[in-house]
Write a protein that binds this ligand. Structure first.
Ligand SMILES: [Zn+2]
Length: 122
């Protein structure tokens, strides 16, 4: 059995686009080639080593909020970041924090809370 610490519903407004969208055949999907706004939802799970909460929820939430602030700056300079890029960003940043370094991490980044990516140590 695995036990996970979960922080859900961290959100931020961001503008991005997908230049390759021009190649898509679906007319609606082609619109993503142009800059558009989402409320991105970030959900993070980190494996606990035991049931006495070695990953503290509030600390994890603070870490995610900090990296959301940093990501917003990165996204302004590189608006073609996808949800997958953002998920990798959070994964790599959190893996460098001592408390999470050797733990399994799963990151979900969803556009408007509906669709997006899930990546990490499955
Ligand atoms: Zn989008």
């Amino acid at each position: 059995m695995k036990i996970w610490a979960i922080v859900k519903s961290c959100q931020f407004r961001g503008v991005h686009h997908y230049p390759e969208g021009a190649k898509l055949t679906n007319e609606i999907a082609q619109t993503i080639q142009h800059p558009h706004t989402h409320i991105f939802h970030v959900e993070v799970r980190i494996a606990q080593d035991h049931s006495n909460r070695d990953v503290e929820y509030l600390s994890l939430e603070n870490d995610i909020e900090y990296y959301i602030g940093e990501l917003k700056k990165v996204l302004k300079g590189n608006p073609s970041m996808s949800c997958e890029h953002m998920g990798e960003y959070f994964y790599n940043k959190l893996k460098k924090i001592g408390a999470y370094k050797n733990k399994d991490i799963i990151i979900d980044v969803l556009e408007d809370g509906k669709m997006g990516t899930s990546l990490g140590d499955y």
